[in-house]
Write a protein that binds this ligand. Sequence first.
Ligand SMILES: [Fe+2]
Length: 176
Amino acid sequence: MTDFVLDDFVQELRSAARSDDAKKTVRSVMDQAFKDPESIRVAMPEFESDDEVLFEDDTVSIWYVCFEPGLHVPPHDHQTTAIIGVYQGAEDNHFYRHEDGQMVYKSSRCVGPGEVISIKPDGIHSVEAANGENSYAIHVYLAALTTIERSLFDWESGKPRPFNDENYDALKRVSG
Ligand SMILES: [Fe+2]
């Protein structure tokens, strides 16, 4: 029995994003929904692309995101709070610090079905699908992500570059 309805969830996130403590309220809406990842999985439509903007305005950007094995999304920031919930498969999130002209690896977190993580605006991560399977998630950003000037970072030097398709393609790691 599923009670997850994507349109309703998007509306809930939109009002949470307009609340006084958007970070906390959106996180709690996400935590609540992802307690039952299976109901999200069965309710999500099939998308043709690997990522899809489900909604965006000045307060919130809501995405469907699928990562396929063999692609490692290069280190990047978001310049706004990111709240990520996985409903199928798992995302390996690797976190870094840019320090003295070097990229310093901090930690990794494998985010599986039913788990939600929050990343601070200056947090730097790279992401790949875990365990050789596609990962499926909803990513929420507390601003209009498509209009934000943010950065990709060189894997070794940590040197920032504008986040655009050209730099993304140059830095992405593809294997398999
Ligand atoms: Fe990200």
